[in-house]
Design a protein around this ligand. Structure first.
Ligand code: SF4
Length: 445
């Protein structure tokens, strides 16, 4: 697994900051559109309010009991961008090797520039594992990512999420109580779910995407299942089909469907499991005939991409190369030239030898950063509306400055800890994934 050190372009060819783009829209300096002008405000304006806040997940239902963030001290809320930048640099210099800052690809530029490593969730958790000397790991991403870092780091290392309200609406769609209830209903249909048939296969293998809570990873580990990433989903499904008649895949229906379809699984053998309906909304016969049971979850960032956007890109830019993330709906993946993980997209651009026009279907912070890093290409986001991930947006430089200065003062705020009873089976599910020997980068077509 390669880890990408944060590059610092000597002369950025354009300002890649989504924050600045939204400010320009709100002040009228830009004629672009944003899905929520509230995004120009500080995330602290939303910490005490219900919901995920402005951005792509603002229409999603937040679970009762989702973590909330206490009030950020006013000195951080009122500081200018330049002041926060200086305070972050000073605190980081004081802490030295005692702190490791991780930045997800989808984070705002104002935060990513301070990261020691930037990557996807699993790359960053792996980076945390490789730095056992760091006392604190500040994870600039969302809640499930910090949990995964806690699973893979040393017990005495503190994993810190700068804003506790930075959840993930897709991960939240697979609630552990609903998953346990689903498993009981599947037992009613299939009988003993641990009993193998004459071929050595059990009725159902649970598979969870990395973008899920530690509780779900633990559930999967306890029931003979495995974790996957968007880079290795096919390898993991092959692993599961060697051991089970069918797969229960959560939380992202689109990654499950796109991957299984590319493997030749017919759509009519992929029923959806809606946790609010008996047997998930299918008949027992449909479940008995199934190959992949898809949990009713989705990413609201990637659900924004449409076939119409691809058609428009092809009209406006003849010869455009369209690459989308496999969390996009099936018809979007089918209409694109390629689909692959974040690392696949980055590498496709990095290895293009001729100046190329790329239309990319993934989170806009990453797309704008790629456009700045590869000025020899024309790179734009398929979605013309500026609409970042609602929860990644919650990590503002103000929170990063606050947690770093708290560490300097000897305090450890916002620590994310996975309990031992969950952590042990969750690690088993992760280890199964590593043993399945996934390819580092995978895409389709
Ligand atoms: S981009 Fe989608 S999957 Fe990733 S953190 Fe945001 S809502 Fe969750």
């Amino acid at each position: 697994m390669s880890i990408t050190f944060v590059p610092a372009p000597a002369v950025p060819p354009l300002d890649p900051s989504v924050d600045h783009a939204i400010q320009a829209i709100v002040t009228g300096a830009s004629t672009d559109a944003t899905c929520a002008t509230d995004l120009a405000a500080g995330p602290w304006d939303f910490d005490a309010r219900p919901g995920y806040g402005p951005g792509s997940s603002m229409g999603d239902v937040i679970p009762t009991g989702a973590p909330r963030q206490g009030e950020l001290p006013s000195e951080y809320r009122e500081a200018s961008e330049e002041e926060l930048d200086g305070r972050i640099r000073a605190a980081k210099a004081t802490l030295g090797d005692r702190v490791l800052i991780l930045g997800h690809f989808y984070q705002r530029e104002e935060v990513v520039q301070h990261a020691d490593y930037v990557g996807d969730s699993f790359q960053l958790a792996t980076a945390a594992k490789g730095r056992a000397d760091a006392e604190a790991i500040v994870f600039c991403g969302v809640h499930f990512m910090a949990e995964t870092a806690d699973l893979l780091s040393q017990p005495d290392q503190a994993v810190i999420l700068p804003n506790l309200a930075a959840g993930c609406s897709m991960a939240d769609m697979a609630d552990i109580d609903q998953v346990e209830e689903c498993w009981e209903q599947l037992e009613d249909v299939f009988g003993d779910l641990a009993a193998a048939d004459a071929d050595g296969r059990v009725p159902v293998i649970p598979v969870t995407y990395m973008n899920s809570s530690a509780a779900i990873k633990g559930f999967v580990g306890r029931h003979g299942g495995i974790v996957c990433t968007s880079s290795n989903a096919r390898t993991v499904l092959e692993w599961a089909f060697e051991r089970g008649r069918r797969v229960l895949f959560f939380p992202d229906q689109h990654l499950g469907r796109n991957t299984a379809k590319a493997m030749g699984v017919p759509l009519d053998q992929m029923p959806m499991w809606n946790p609010r309906r008996a047997l998930g909304g299918s008949s027992a016969e449909e479940l008995l005939d199934s190959r992949v049971i898809l949990w009713h979850g989705f990413c609201s960032v990637h659900r924004r991409f449409t076939v119409d956007q691809i058609d428009q890109a092809r009209t406006d830019h003849p010869g455009v190369r369209v690459i989308v993330h496999p969390e996009c709906p099936m018809e979007v993946v089918d209409a694109a030239d390629e689909a692959g993980s974040t690392e696949y997209i980055r590498r496709a651009i990095d290895t293009a030898t001729e100046p190329t026009t790329f239309a990319i279907g993934t989170e806009i912070n990453l797309v704008r950063r790629l456009a700045a890093q590869y000025p020899q290409h024309e790179i734009f986001c398929l979605d013309p509306v500026v609409c970042p991930c609602s929860t990644m947006y919650r990590i503002h430089p103000g929170y990063l400055a606050w947690v770093l200065e708290e560490l300097v003062a000897g305090r450890t705020p916002n620590r994310i800890t996975v309990s031992d009873d969950v952590a042990a089976p969750a690690r088993v599910a992760l280890e199964r994934m590593l043993a399945a020997k996934p390819p580092a980068v995978a895409g389709t077509r």
